[in-house]
Design a protein around this ligand. Structure first.
Ligand code: ZN
Length: 400
């Protein structure tokens, strides 16, 4: 995603702006520079206009984020991009009703803003008409909205909020309207099937956006078409992957021949093991075989670089407190979710106090390869290296 600047924190959510946001500010300054008394005042008005518009986009995102937080879904940040905002949800809601409410909250914020501004906008239009400053036709009102001035600004923002709400409600998954469609479908049919249908409808919409963009609607529609097409596919893949993981228990995914290290051993012993096997992450046990940590590949490399092969494993391992745990009967989708949330690549499987083994992202990847091989021709699943990137919990919804 590149570089973003954090502006401030609100309700525990970091409010960020992506550097490319400056492009749209510059663009508005440029297109409005000819509309003012002089280029500078015109440009300043353009900047004010786009900042107020993005304030409305931010409020829209906060609508999504606060409903998500109400359902105990963490929202680490909201990022503003030139094509809109993104509220990053750490995971997707389990229940269709929750997804429905989270998705609709954003457009509802814009409808409320439009409704609040509408009386003032109406008053501004009527008084301009009575003064003879404005002809009673749509083209004249459109020009009026784009002319610098306070009354004009109110008319403009009222109209833009209404447009924001309507555009986002179009059923172009993963835009809000598409999420609403998926949620409604998921109340009647299985989640994966509901997602497939919503993605298909979304792709048709993406085609229409692209056509509209080429026919003169502008480059933003092409960007949105691209985002809808790619984003929809990525989310479908993640949903399908998760559906597969839902059917496998942690105990069935454990590697029986996995090797453990002991806390008193040196890093050089791990190097020997790495050289002679495919195992990349090693559980570390104390002398009474209690699980006390994990020597991950990254930790091993770091230890070799910083402390050398004679350093003790216990000093360089990831301590057990930092490793999420799971019970043997839990399904892999829950384990994967935990890895994503905690930012680790391992989960320790424990039956009460007894340590059974580790499940790593590589193990999950292997599950996909096996299932993918079984389903060859029937559209097998990709390994979660890709799917993890497409995980909806780390991308959230972009709003135009
Ligand atoms: Zn939205």
């Amino acid at each position: 995603m590149g570089t973003s600047l954090t502006l401030f924190k609100l309700y525990g959510i970091e409010m960020r702006v992506h550097w490319s946001f400056l492009l749209i500010v510059a663009y508005y300054a440029f297109i409005y520079s000819g509309s003012g008394a002089n280029p500078l005042s015109g440009a300043a008005y353009g900047v004010l206009m786009i900042l107020l518009l993005f304030l409305c986009v931010t409020l829209h995102e906060l609508g999504h984020a606060l409903v998500a937080k109400y359902y105990k879904i963490n929202v680490p940040n909201i990022t503003l991009l030139p094509i809109g905002g993104v509220a990053n949800l750490e995971r997707m809601p389990d229940k269709p009703m929750q997804e429905f409410l989270i998705a609709i909250a954003g457009p509802l914020v814009n409808i409320v803003l439009a409704a609040v501004l509408a009386p003032f906008a109406g008053l501004a239009l009527v008084s301009a008409m009575n003064n003879g400053e404005l002809a009673n036709n749509t083209a004249a009102v459109w020009r009026f909205a784009q002319t610098p001035g306070l009354a004009n600004l109110v008319v403009s923002l009222a109209a833009l909020n209404l447009l924001l709400a309507l555009f986002n409600l179009l059923p172009a998954f993963p835009m809000d309207g598409g999420r609403i469609l998926r949620a409604l479908l998921a109340m009647a049919i299985p989640y994966v099937q509901a997602t497939r249908t919503a993605v298909l409808v979304g792709r048709l919409m993406a085609g229409l956006f692209a056509l509209w963009g080429i026919m003169g609607g502008g480059v933003f529609l092409l960007l949105i078409a691209f985002f809808v097409y790619v984003g929809g596919g990525a989310e479908l893949e993640a949903v399908e992957s998760r559906a597969v993981l839902k059917h496998i228990h942690a105990e069935d995914a454990l590697t029986p021949s996995a090797v453990s290290l002991y806390s008193s051993e040196r890093v050089s012993r791990a190097v020997d093991l790495v050289m002679s096997s495919y195992q990349t992450d090693y559980p570390v046990l104390d002398l009474s075989s209690r699980f006390i940590g994990v020597l991950t590949r990254a930790r091993l490399i770091q230890a070799l670089r910083d402390a050398g092969p004679e350093s003790r494993i216990v000093d360089v391992m990831l301590p057990a407190d930092d490793v999420p745990t799971a019970s043997p009967r839990e399904t892999l989708d829950k384990l994967w979710e935990r890895m994503m949330q905690r930012g680790t690549r391992v989960v320790a499987v424990k039956d009460g106090p007894e340590f059974l083994g580790l499940i790593t992202l590589d193990d999950i990847s292997e599950v996909f390869q096996v299932i993918g091989a079984k389903q060859q021709g029937a559209g097998g699943n990709r390994p979660p290296g890709d799917a993890a990137k497409a995980d909806p919990s780390v991308r959230g919804a972009v709003d135009a």
